[in-house]
Design a binder for this molecule. Structure first.
Ligand SMILES: Nc1ncnc2c1ncn2[C@@H]1O[C@H](COP(=O)(O)OP(=O)(O)OP(=O)(O)O)[C@@H](O)[C@H]1O
Ligand SMILES: N[C@@H](CCO)C(=O)O
Length: 292
């Protein structure tokens, strides 16, 4: 029997749509695997009743197939599904690490990125790696379709505020604009490059400034009740940048040093003002998945 933990993640970071991601130090999923003739799945924890146990519908079933590693798989969810915090990716990453160890496959964390991404295809129809890469590798990650993932360790406090509403990735992808102007392209590239430089320097001011995105985030913000008020409240409380986490509904903020608690409280209050319950994780950029 092998148990692995894989962290929640926040994809996009505004300017890096489908490209950037970070691992959060918490929350996380924990997956325990035992050799079996056929894969079976059991789920407990946050939102467990919304998660299918059929291996054809759960991300970990696709991971077990990809590794040719049938097992009884128990998923303990710390990351609520449809949260924008990479819930399905956390299960896929933890299962990949646990099954790799159980069956002595010898793959590296980088090798496991496309394996865990097969799990994501079960949920969204596409093998996106922008959540599984940070969940496996930790730190700040950049994924490109043709050459895997690059990761950078960084030291950065974060607040991830999860409201009690559900936005599915499928719905959030439907509102993504099909085109952008040259001016929007130039602004986005400038912001993304600023953010990446900020991550390399562990500089919350640069990261926050680079999170602005004139294209995808405004369209998705419309799906999140209270987003504008939450954003404003976070800035007033000392955030350097605020954006939609992944496909939403979570909202991610980078607090100035020493302001994390205030930013978290302001975001919860911002959602409350819009009549929406929410919880805020006071977290930071963390490590990737590991066997416990
Ligand atoms: N092991 C799993 N954990 C969580 N969700 C799963 C799992 N297997 C299948 N799913 C399904 O995936 C969907 C949730 O995935 P979705 O991509 O919408 O949310 P998310 O992973 O929290 O978000 P995001 O990728 O935006 O950060 C739900 O429909 C859920 O039933
Ligand atoms: N990059 C993806 C992350 C969610 O899976 C999106 O924003 O749609």
């Amino acid at each position: 029997m092998v148990t692995a933990r894989a962290p929640a993640t926040s994809a996009n970071l505004g300017s890096g749509f489908d490209t950037f991601g970070v691992a959060l130090s918490h929350p996380a999923d924990t997956v325990t695997v035992e050799r079996a003739a056929e894969t079976t799945i059991e789920v407990s924890g946050a939102g467990a009743r919304y998660i299918p146990t059929d291996p054809d519908e759960n991300v970990v079933g696709a991971v077990a197939d990809a590794l040719d590693a049938p097992a009884h798989i128990h998923i303990d969810k710390g990351v609520r599904p449809s949260s924008g915090l990479g819930s399905s990716a956390a299960s896929a990453a933890a299962a990949a690490v646990a099954l790799n160890d159980l069956y002595d496959r010898g793959y590296s964390a980088h090798d496991l990125v496309p394996v865990a991404a097969e799990g994501e295809a079960v949920v969204s129809g596409e093998a996106h790696a922008d959540n599984v890469a940070p969940s496996l590798l930790g730190g700040f990650t950049v994924v490109r379709s043709d050459d895997g993932a690059t990761s950078v360790d960084t030291d950065l406090p974060l607040v991830a505020c999860l409201p009690e509403v559900v936005v599915s990735t499928r719905d959030a992808r439907r509102v993504v604009p099909e085109s952008l102007t040259m001016a929007e392209h130039v602004e986005t590239v400038g912001n993304a490059a600023t953010l990446a430089a900020g991550m390399c320097r562990s500089d919350p001011e640069l990261v926050g400034r680079g999170m602005d995105d004139p294209v995808v985030t405004p369209a998705r913000a419309e799906l999140i009740t209270g987003y504008a008020g939450v954003r404003e409240a976070a800035f007033e409380a000392g955030a350097t940048g605020v954006t939609v986490s992944g496909a939403g509904p979570s909202v991610l903020a980078v607090p100035k040093p020493g302001r994390r608690r205030e930013v978290a409280a302001a975001m919860v209050e911002g959602f409350a003002d819009a009549g929406v319950g929410a919880r805020a994780y006071q977290t930071e950029v963390g490590r990737g998945a590991s066997v416990l």
